[in-house]
Design a protein. Structure first.
Ligand SMILES: [Zn+2]
Length: 398
């Protein structure tokens, strides 16, 4: 009962007898097929403008979403997270019985956490065992960018992670953000620090080189829309998001693969029109949308090289002029491509260096305190169990 009340707070109303159900977004389901299969007018989708229709393409398969039903089981409201910051909120008008759509910010709680883990098998396995958070284990490996050979880590070595984790409706949502981490290898402590919310640096202020991608066009006119998880549009008076970079370019201009990889999709996808997707190593995927057409013979499963011609710039799908929508995903989460397109290795210098050194000093103290205390790390609950329980609760109380 308690849980039900909390969940209702995030919806506009929780009318008498109404109950909330939680579902996982099915693989291959689109916003349009969702509307159709739930008897909601598809005009909601067709009335979206280009940017919102692109956003509606970004509902991740397996994401938890909620449906509020009245006592006869009819849908009253639907909340579907899309991207990291926004959610699609369908609300039924009580008089006309038709639905309207709002795009609203996801309400989060942010938890600051730390984990001290003693190695038994491997950093990856032991982090998951200690925290139940596989995204944290992935991000830990990713943060070191191969600057540490984890094969040399021995049983009994320690690692410490300071991180923050978002929660939505009481459950983990989105990737954890690692603010600082340390791992011992042969008695040597290896540190990484997140700096300016973008990249990982070692204690000497050197940026750890990440996965390098190239700009997917030889030339473009301008960036017509940058990447953003959430921004308030002052004229439209509503929230928007753009989970990629739009490069305005001539129709027919060559689109190149941003990195070595394997073509994972060639075809058409709703608001994105003609689209190519390429999978890369380390959980990265790039997408190239609104294409005019594909390079002749391009097919799914084909290996491509960085810089290889794969398609042509166009204006297909919901698009207001020839441009390339370039999206980057890490483990299926939209990431700002600008963070990964880099030319040279950066070093923190000048005025910023003093602040950086101070941060390193503070964290080193915190690492020592954490290792001396060695509390049991925070362990995530088993979500599937909780979801089932909630569902049962709702049925019982109605
Ligand atoms: Zn775009």
């Amino acid at each position: 009962m308690f849980k039900k009340i909390i969940l209702c707070l995030s919806l506009v109303a929780c009318a008498n007898g109404a109950y909330l159900e939680e579902y996982k977004w099915k693989k291959g389901e689109s916003f349009l097929t969702f509307l159709n299969s739930n008897g909601i007018s598809p005009s909601i989708y067709y009335d979206l403008d280009a940017e919102d229709r692109e956003l509606a393409m970004e509902i991740r398969s397996n994401v938890s979403y909620q449906i509020l039903r009245n006592d006869s089981g009819e849908i009253e409201q639907v909340l579907i997270p899309v991207g990291e910051e926004l959610q699609l909120h369908l609300i039924k008008d009580q008089k006309s019985k038709s639905f309207s759509l709002q795009i609203t910010p996801i309400v989060y709680q942010n938890q600051s956490l730390s984990a001290v883990v003693q190695i038994q098998r491997s950093p990856y396995q032991d982090i998951i065992k200690a925290t139940n958070n596989s995204a944290l284990a992935n991000e830990f490996l990713n943060s070191y960018k191969k600057s540490v050979n984890f094969k040399h880590v021995k049983k009994g070595d320690k690692l410490v992670i300071f991180y923050s984790q978002r929660k939505r409706l009481g459950k983990r949502f989105g990737d954890p953000i690692i603010n600082a981490a340390m791992i011992e290898v042969n008695k040597k402590k290896n540190y990484v620090f997140l700096y300016e919310d973008s990249s990982y640096f070692d204690e000497k202020g050197r940026e750890l080189e990440g996965y390098l991608l190239t700009i997917p066009l030889k030339s473009y006119k301008r960036i017509s829309s940058p990447f953003t998880h959430k921004r308030w549009h002052p004229i439209l008076k509503r929230y928007r998001a753009h989970l990629g970079i739009d490069y305005a370019a001539n129709r027919g201009a060559h689109v190149k693969s941003a990195g070595d990889g394997v073509v994972s999709f060639v075809g058409t996808k709703g608001g994105y029109g003609k689209i190519v997707e390429v999978s890369h190593k380390s959980g990265y995927k790039t997408i190239y949308a609104h294409l005019n057409g594909f390079k002749k013979g391009l097919r799914r499963g084909q290996k491509v090289k960085k810089g290889q011609h794969i398609a042509y710039v166009g204006n297909t799908g919901r698009s207001t002029g020839p441009h390339l929508h370039f999206g980057l995903y890490k483990y299926n989460r939209a990431t700002n491509p600008k963070k990964v397109i880099k030319i040279a290795k950066n070093i923190v210098s000048g005025k910023k260096r003093r602040a950086f050194n101070k941060m390193v000093k503070n964290y080193k103290h915190k690492f020592q305190v954490a290792m001396d205390k060695q509390k049991t790390p925070f362990k995530e609950e088993k979500f599937n169990y909780i979801v089932a329980l909630e569902y049962k609760n709702n049925l019982n109380t109605n």
